[in-house]
Design a binder for this molecule. Sequence first.
Ligand SMILES: Cc1cc2nc3c(=O)[nH]c(=O)nc-3n(C[C@H](O)[C@H](O)[C@H](O)COP(=O)(O)OP(=O)(O)OC[C@H]3O[C@@H](n4cnc5c(N)ncnc54)[C@H](O)[C@@H]3O)c2cc1C
Length: 475
Amino acid sequence: MPIPAESTAITIQRLSIAPVSNSVISRHVAVIGAGAAGLVTARELRRKGHSVVVYERGDQVGGTWVYTAMVESDCLGLDPTRTKVHSSLYGSLRTNLPREAMGFSDYPFFSRDDPDRDPRRFPGHREVLMYLKDFARKFRIGELVRFETEVVRVRLMEGSKWNVKSRKRDEDGAGFDEIFDAVVVCNGHHTEPRIALIPGMNEWPGKQMHSHNYRDPEPFRDQVVVLIGSSASAVDISRDIAGVAKEVHIAARTVGDETFKKQPGYDNMWLHPMIGSVSGDGTVYFQDGSFVLADVILHCTGYKYDFPFLETNGVVTVDDNRVEPLYKHVFPPALAPWLSFVGLTWKVIPFPMFELQSKWIAGVLSNQLMLPSQEEMMEDVETLYSSLEAAGTPKRYTHRMDISQFEYNSWLAAQCGCPGNEEWRVQMYRALGRNKLARPEAYRDEWEDHHLISQAHEDFIKYTSNGVSDKCVSE
Ligand SMILES: Cc1cc2nc3c(=O)[nH]c(=O)nc-3n(C[C@H](O)[C@H](O)[C@H](O)COP(=O)(O)OP(=O)(O)OC[C@H]3O[C@@H](n4cnc5c(N)ncnc54)[C@H](O)[C@@H]3O)c2cc1C
């Protein structure tokens, strides 16, 4: 359905790339994962007439947003044989993005007039799961999903088809093979912990764990905790723990020589430079020479990309957290468009970006949109890598975007002939950044961008009055 002509809140970028073929082709496509990325990918693929199978090893949709109190047997995440838990959510987690900005572009993340729902602008994690379930219900994605079915191998066959081997939970045996024209990987990247390597860590006698296995502060009562990291989770978890712990010491790479800088509003929390080493008597030494005797080191140090099922004969590799080579973070040039990835980027507003990436994939697979040649895509990839190197950006930040996400979204939107970023969403992201700096403790409950909320709601009205539409002008 086209956007009403009177709509001003969205800048429509008219189709920049004409459909390349009149004969729209339908493919058999496997989607791995039914989190936010897999759900919207399934929707976009089906909209283009593809036949879609979504494999999900869990028993419900939502991915990361399916909270579980369960933690892994090795809470540092080093033992490859440990039973894995997918979600990294902690009990107190509230979103770090406002709900208006977070939602898919044509299925707003409204607060619902329902006592069972969380109406806050930065709601608790359950509200996000409910939203994703609403989305799946609205677009009947559930009927495409094979639940409790893990993809154990994806192998390229002769003739650029893919053999996908899957296994139903609790079933022994060889598994089940199925052939697909294309595979879209949407398996998430917040499950495989990355830890800080610290001299002496194997002899250090205290408890070490990764934030992936943090659920609630109670185990840290009266403990001295050293927490490594400065991400959103590190900020949240340090505050959570400070309520019960004896002392919390935050060690961050981004901190200069600010030894024992007490955190405003807390009498038991300090900021330090990174840990230099630890010793067998339980001492943790920071890089500026200061030290504490600690009970726990909590690594809030992010995650690794992991595709244990993917066999591409070395075409796609992961090195220092760069998935390479990928054209625009989506297509490996040599295997495009038959293999693609949705959701690898980080420090972004994820859901609307997933939506654009998957529209692009669906359009290319149906022959309506065209990719450059393999050589041109490789050239683009090399240009990106060179520019990152020239700027001194570490390899592991290849998929990190921040403000550049909006340029990327506009590019994707132009490929698909879709509306690009709504201006209010861009401004809201910027306002959030400023507000977090000004009110690190209270940004979720105090803000000044009321005018942007009004603009977002004006924009949303068309979805409630006209029903949900596909905003692509190419449809
Ligand atoms: C602590 C934390 C806080 C966050 N806060 C926010 C926030 O406030 N706002 C926001 O927008 N985003 C936030 N995010 C980012 C969040 O990851 C994204 O919003 C989004 O949910 C990612 O979706 P996804 O589909 O890419 O991955 P996931 O949600 O991880 O889904 C991947 C799915 O793939 C399945 N899967 C994996 N491997 C296989 C396999 N081999 N076979 C079958 N199925 C498989 C998994 O079971 C899972 O269901 C946060 C992330 C974390 C970790």
